[in-house]
Design a binder for this molecule. Structure first.
Ligand code: SF4
Length: 465
């Protein structure tokens, strides 16, 4: 057994896309693994290819009051099969030369962990790993994250990663580190996950970790301090979602709803605020307000009592039916500034083609509660799904009107076909692209399941209406 502590490099890869903007996007999973490893005495380095504040950045990138801002953008060739779209395709993030120099400047790592987010950013992940391998051809690269979990075989075939893992990484850390370095990590109280279909490809001979506990409070706070600058902090108070919408992979990625205690979340918010001056926080939860009396309300009450002057944002939609008057009042008092509601459609009929998450009166009541609490119209947006397989755009247009009439902002959310979701097979059948060929064809900017040019023109009208 090797006892020398290894050096592990964590990398957040480039994005390849038609458009990208930092809407409070941080690789929380990777930074949580970094924090665990650091806590266990492992030396951890971090290179963020999406760093808006890289020291070589000549002019400071623009930062909005809420921490969001643009990534550096470099136009690159359109992917094969999309050459005739007339669109511009870009790499978002730091210059390749800066990445190479950053890789050369650190001590040689023993393992390199690369994360991944959107499935259709696959080629950005591929390019990142190629760049890593140019500098460290003999160092094992482990790829995890959402693309790796949802498109495991594609990632295994099309990247130079030595190992592609599915699902949350915490419970796989010990085996991975042991396999590649011989170092015995004290798995201690790392949380368990119970995900069907999780496997560690290439290390199937390594047995699982014993003594697991299932308590997210045991995890250290994600190592946001490894970044060059912290302009906002993402916060995750829970993992998983009690719903299973047909287009969403939440229940595949996190089959059980698990919560952190309000005390633990509050400590994290205090930590980033007092130790690093962070004022803006983005909740990443899929289910922030579910069972709020036991969780979210206690957290909000603590924040209010602390008198910290903070701003909160909910880029992942809130569940509308959970927005009671009490929830709205507490969110307003705690400092929530951006409210996004998961509406999908205003077709509230029971026989509509997709599942009904919210009833008409629940939607209007929620808006009334938010406004009575003090939220302004411009702070409240309702996500409306657009571009679903076989969707009648009359419904989308009607929903936009209802939302506007209700006095809040309609936010069109363009459908991305995602493997392992119930809607995936319909999307594959109805798409104008071969979605099975490459994840890039699932990019929602391409409206993969909208086949007529008339409908495409209508969507852009709706977008600009
Ligand atoms: S779309 Fe939202 S509510 Fe539906 S399963 Fe996903 S996270 Fe849950």
């Amino acid at each position: 057994m090797k006892t020398d502590s290894p050096h592990i490099l964590c990398v957040n890869p480039w994005i390849h896309d038609f458009a990208a903007f930092d809407f409070w996007a941080k690789p929380l999973g990777l930074l949580t693994l970094a924090a665990i490893m650091r806590e266990k005495g492992i030396t951890v380095s971090y290179i963020d290819c999406l760093d808006r504040f890289h020291p070589r950045e000549p002019s400071q990138m623009k930062v909005l009051w809420d921490g969001r801002g643009p990534f550096r953008k470099t136009q690159i060739d359109l992917p094969q099969g999309l050459e005739n779209t007339g669109k511009k395709f870009s790499r978002y993030g730091i210059k390749p030369q800066w990445f190479k120099e950053d890789l050369e400047q650190i001590n040689k790592p023993d393992i390199i962990f690369v994360t991944s987010l959107m499935t259709y950013w696959a080629s950005g992940v591929q390019e990142t790993i190629e760049a890593v391998k140019e500098v460290y051809p003999d160092i094992p690269v482990v790829l995890g994250g959402i693309y790796a979990s949802l498109c495991h075989d594609h990632a295994a075939k099309n990247t130079l990663a030595d190992l592609v893992i599915k699902g949350p990484g915490e419970h796989q850390l010990k085996n991975i580190i042991q396999k590649f370095t011989g170092f015995e990590l004290d798995a201690g109280n790392l949380p368990d996950v119970n995900i069907p279909d999780v496997e560690i490809s290439g290390v199937s001979d390594v047995p699982g970790i014993s003594n697991r506990v299932n308590d997210l409070d045991d995890l250290p706070f994600p190592a946001l301090d490894l970044q060059n600058k912290i302009v906002y902090a993402p916060v995750l108070t829970s993992r998983g979602c009690p719903f299973s919408c047909e287009y969403c992979a939440s229940s595949y990625l996190e089959p059980k709803l698990r919560r952190r205690s309000p005390e633990n979340v509050f400590k994290e918010i205090e930590h980033w605020h007092y130790s690093h001056g962070v004022k803006n926080f983005a909740f990443y939860d899929d289910a922030l307000l579910v069972n709020a009396g036991k969780y979210a309300f206690l957290l909000f009450e603590k924040i209010i009592a602390s008198k910290m002057d903070l701003f909160f944002h909910t880029p992942n939609a809130l569940h509308i039916r959970e927005i009671t008057r009490k929830a709205a009042d507490l969110m307003f008092e705690a400092g929530f500034k951006t409210i996004r509601l998961g509406l999908e459609t205003t077709d509230f009929s029971a026989d509509r083609s997709h599942d009904v998450k919210v009833a008409e009166n629940e939607f209007f009541n929620a808006i009334a509660h938010l406004k009575a609490a003090g939220f302004e119209e411009k702070q409240i947006g309702a996500y409306l799904l657009c571009g679903l397989p076989g969707q009648n755009l009359d419904d989308v247009e009607a929903s936009v009107q209802v939302v506007k009439h209700a006095g809040i902002i309609p936010v069109l959310a363009y459908y991305t076909p995602i493997p392992h979701t119930p809607m995936w097979s319909d999307a594959v059948k109805q798409s104008k692209f071969n979605l099975l060929e490459h994840p890039v064809f699932t990019n929602n900017t391409l409206f993969p399941c909208v086949n007529s040019s008339r409908d495409l023109a209508r969507i852009s009208q709706l977008k600009n209406s």
